[in-house]
Write a protein that binds this ligand. Structure first.
Ligand code: 13P
Length: 410
């Protein structure tokens, strides 16, 4: 458990330690580097959960791989209902074959692995293949992209709240994780949504506590079964004139509860990834500049996210494609020596123009794959703090909830 984890200074490897540097020693040396120290810090597992977990080294390596600098995650785990809405929005019929073809277009984009290190899939597609019969998991692995799975089953209203939600999916989660691992998944995602209803109307304590608990239980079960959990507490971008300061305040409160519960459940932090929102003002407030977004977002992260976590993979959360890239660039400019990779796990910000370009037509297939690659490349540059533009998207506006399903999740 992190808060009881014994740490001692050591200049040599102890018995039983792997020859390769583990990501825990890497994250410790990142901290040491930040503090200007050079002494190697060795982390010794003391929680029974960590010490007895046969997957621990593999999960640390997976998390470190996904958090490789200059790379991010392609989130493509939209439910069939949400995918259907998006397909229909560009004139494509929604059926099992068009949903499969849409995934094939993205997963087979040549060279995707230069910029993408992980791909979150909806369960159907973990078991699905290209038209030529190559399993998607193999297509991704060949590019060095780790297959991941959406583990939650969507949201339900929390009784006694004003429409706030709790995320569902803990029933049989261990059994499901075992199956997903066998099928090739190595990480999982669970999305919790917290809402700011307006100025002074942040998420209720009930919603914060319930969602932190759900995330911690899920993360513990995922790690028990060899899957790196992506912990996704999303303080969602919504209507209202609340300020960026308020989003930062509520995000800080939410993340601090989440990490408190992760610690209580012995979740090993160097084998998780975080998928939070960037701090933005409400949709009816004046927009914030990338520098303001970066200032409040990095402050929130530095206050709440332990350096042991290898990667902070922001969701695009309704931002436009260009806004997602510009804000990511600003974050990395503001915090060039961040202890974690400040990077992306974008769904809409990688898919919107790609889908419009394809529009279900075979003759647009390659052009759409090129768009996806350019969008991924732009965000890869932003992760490295090197994005200069112009942006590959045609400058469309925000990509808001209209194209998402409500209760059934992503
Ligand atoms: P967006 O980037 O579209 O917000 O999706 C990311 C995601 O996976 C949210 O759960």
């Amino acid at each position: 458990m992190q808060h009881t984890m014994a740490m001692r200074l050591s200049s040599s490897r102890g018995a039983g330690m792997p020859a390769a540097r583990s990501s825990s020693s890497r994250s410790s040396s990142r901290c040491a580097a930040r503090a200007g120290r050079t002494t190697a810090v060795k982390v010794v597992a003391t929680s029974r959960f960590e010490a007895s977990n046969p997957f621990m080294e593999e999960m640390r390596a997976t998390a470190a791989h996904i958090a490789t600098r200059g790379k991010g995650i392609l989130a493509s785990d939209e439910s069939n209902a949400t995918t259907g809405k998006r397909l229909e929005s560009v004139g494509v019929e929604n059926n099992a074959e068009t949903r499969r073809a849409w995934r094939e277009l993205m997963y087979t984009a040549p060279g995707l692995g230069q910029y993408i290190s992980g791909c979150i899939m909806f369960e159907d597609f973990l078991y699905s293949s290209t038209a030529a019969g190559v399993p998607f998991v193999d297509v991704l692995r060949k590019e060095g992209i780790v297959p991941g799975i959406k583990a939650d089953t969507g949201m339900q209203t929390l009784p006694g709240t004003d429409g706030e939600t709790a995320t569902q999916g803990l029933d049989n989660l261990g059994t499901k994780c075992k199956e997903w691992y066998k099928q090739g998944a190595r990480f999982a995602k669970w999305r919790a949504v917290l809402r700011i209803a307006g100025p002074g109307q942040g998420p209720s304590t009930t919603a914060i506590m319930e969602n932190a608990h759900g995330l911690a239980r899920y993360a513990q079960i995922a790690q028990e079964n060899g899957l790196v959990p992506i912990v996704e507490p999303e303080v969602t971008l919504g209507p209202g004139s609340y300020s960026i300061e308020e989003t930062a305040y509520w995000s800080e409160r939410v993340y601090s509860h989440v990490f408190r519960l992760l610690n209580e459940y012995n979740v090993v932090l160097d084998a998780i990834l975080l998928k939070p929102n960037m701090c933005l003002p409400g949709l009816d407030a004046p927009p914030a500049t990338p520098a303001e977004v970066a200032k409040y977002t990095t402050r929130t992260m530095l206050r709440t996210i332990p350096a042991a976590v290898p990667g902070i993979h922001f969701l695009s959360g309704g931002m436009s494609e260009e806004e997602s890239t510009l804000n990511l660039q600003a974050l990395n400019e503001a915090c060039p020596n961040a202890p974690w990779s400040l990077t992306f796990s974008y769904g809409r910000a990688l898919q919107a123009t790609t889908l419009k370009t394809w529009a279900g037509k075979q003759e647009n297939w390659e052009a759409a794959q090129k768009v996806l690659l350019s969008l991924a490349a732009a965000n890869s540059q932003a992760q490295l703090g090197q994005y200069k533009g112009p942006h590959p998207s045609p400058g469309g506006g925000r990509i808001l909830q209209a194209l998402r399903t409500g209760g059934a999740g992503k």
